[in-house]
Design a protein around this ligand. Structure first.
Ligand SMILES: [Mn+2]
Length: 355
């Protein structure tokens, strides 16, 4: 059997965020076409401000051949079958170990609860959680976000530690909570990610997953998201041919996006230029022209508020060398720490501020 998996849909009133609803429907249509009739939702199906579920009832009624298996997340911790009425909807408000007929593995549905770790909850279910024969479905923070001695503190949500995994040995873990799709292949821990970016910071194509319950193949499928966000920063410094440099940078960005025409129509972009330039007006015009045909997030044009005027070409060689050196480093992107582009931007600022 194959089961579809999504999380962090953050549904609101339909009028407020129709794109989130439409994206979920796109997933449901896709899995129906694939003859899949179960979908697991790993928490945060609803946003905090959603208290009327009649639209969701309508949706589950429309897809009445699909079973919805839902756990609450930290944004919808109180959802229950008292308010959500579809007969094809199961909400796991308490931890539950489930077996499906065709699978040798059991599924542990662990709903989000505040002020407790996942490991603390495994204890009571120890007998049913046979090492390497169970799959964890939950909502919270995976080890990397726990760097403090006390994992239960504000901003840490029902954490799962490496020790929990080592002690209880789930064979596979699928979580909601972190909206960026992530795969920790060392521990077989996966965040399916939000299928429709909630705001400009949730960038790029999104996905949902399909799990084969027999061999535990986990396949990631591109979601037909109603909106695709892109948030890019381009660093600049005075050079002879700023246009040529910009043109290359922008070409690289578009190449990375790799959008087909349908995706392009769904893209909302934010472009920020940072650094020093000898002709800011020209830079602005060039940048606007290069992104013609794209729609800008919030209708904001390329942001040049952090570009300073400079005619200092003497620092060009130093800057080029520093930028190239930083660029060569393989920087691992860690949540909450600066990315390579930000480090380059800081370096340029440092170089030009001492002149
Ligand atoms: Mn969420």
């Amino acid at each position: 059997m194959r089961i579809a998996i999504t999380a962090d849909n953050h549904l609101t009133d339909k009028k407020k965020h129709p794109e989130r609803w439409k994206t979920l429907e796109n997933i449901l249509n896709d899995i129906r076409e694939k003859d899949i009739n179960k979908i697991i939702i790993c928490g945060d199906l609803f946003n905090d401000d959603c208290h009327n579920y009649s639209e969701f009832d309508k949706l589950t009624d429309k897809y009445n051949n699909i079973d919805f298996l839902i756990i609450p997340g930290n944004h919808d911790p109180n959802i229950s079958e008292k308010a959500i009425t579809g007969s094809n909807v199961t909400i796991y408000t308490e931890p539950e170990v489930i077996s499906f007929n065709d699978s040798d593995y059991s599924f542990f549905f662990l709903p989000y609860k505040p002020k407790i770790t996942m490991g603390q909850q495994f204890v009571s279910y120890q007998e049913d959680l046979i090492p390497r024969e169970w799959i964890l479905i939950s909502h919270g923070d995976w080890a990397d976000s726990i760097r403090t001695p006390n994992p239960i503190e504000p901003d840490v949500y029902m954490p799962l530690s490496r020790k929990d995994i080592a002690n209880y040995k789930p064979t596979l873990t699928i979580l909601g909570h972190i909206h960026k799709p992530l795969d920790d292949t060392d521990y077989n821990v996966h965040y399916v990610g939000s299928p429709c970016g909630l705001d400009i910071t949730e960038t790029g194509r999104r996905r949902y997953s399909i799990l084969d319950t027999k061999n535990l193949d986990l396949e990631h499928i591109n979601v037909d998201s109603e909106v695709i966000y892109f948030d890019e920063t381009i660093n600049i410094w005075p050079m002879e041919n700023e246009d040529e440099y910009l043109k290359n940078q922008i070409a690289k960005i578009k190449e990375r996006w790799d959008l087909n025409s349908e995706e392009m129509s769904k893209a909302k972009i934010r472009i920020k230029i940072k650094g020093y330039s000898s002709n800011i007006r020209k830079l602005k015009d060039f940048c606007e022209k290069s992104f013609e045909g794209f729609s800008f997030w919030n209708n904001e044009k390329p942001d040049i508020s952090e570009v300073y005027e400079s005619y200092n070409y003497e620092l060009l060689k130093i800057t080029e060398k520093v930028v190239a050196r930083i660029d060569q480093q393989s920087w691992v992107e860690i949540e909450g720490e600066p990315i390579k582009n930000e480090i380059i931007s800081k370096a340029i600022k440092t170089i030009y501020s001492i002149s």
